[in-house]
Design a protein around this ligand. Structure first.
Ligand code: HEM
Length: 113
């Protein structure tokens, strides 16, 4: 596949879908470990939650929420592609998914402030 074929919105959508899928998978064990802190006791969980107040951790949370939303909307487009009749305008659907992901990220960010 030449670079010319790759420089297309649906190729970038594929890349975002794969990278967000990998990022979510890497995040999941960490998330379970965090929940496990509750079993270790209230103090352990509170200690972790205080650590998670740091701006860099909050910023990573926003990125993760955007990646989850991008994976969700991108995944819905792929499932529609797979199971519904073909429809033109895939580029617009990619753009719509990207815009909705940013809206979700913004809503999360506003809720943090
Ligand atoms: C939120 C709802 C989700 C939807 C609708 C969704 C949808 C999809 C779809 C349709 C695929 C197949 C892509 C393809 O055919 O190329 C896929 C791949 C994948 N998903 Fe999800 N997914 C979701 C959540 C998640 C979560 C929570 C994780 C991780 C914890 C995850 C990890 C992955 C990974 C690692 C792949 C493989 C990526 C690749 O081969 O490029 N997904 N997802």
């Amino acid at each position: 596949m030449s670079w010319r074929n790759r420089n297309h919105p649906t190729f970038w959508a594929f890349l975002v879908h794969r990278l967000s899928g990998i990022a979510l998978t890497l995040f999941l064990p960490f998330h379970f470990w965090t929940l496990g802190q509750a079993i270790a006791g209230e103090a352990a969980l509170d200690g972790f939650l205080r650590w998670a107040e740091q701006p860099l951790v909050k910023a990573s949370e926003v990125v993760l929420v955007v990646l989850l939303a991008a994976h969700l909307f991108g995944g819905l487009r792929l499932l529609a592609l797979e199971f519904l009749p073909w429809r033109d305008g895939q580029k617009s659907l990619v753009a719509l998914g990207g815009a909705l992901s940013l809206v979700v990220g913004l809503a999360f960010l506003l809720n943090l402030a």
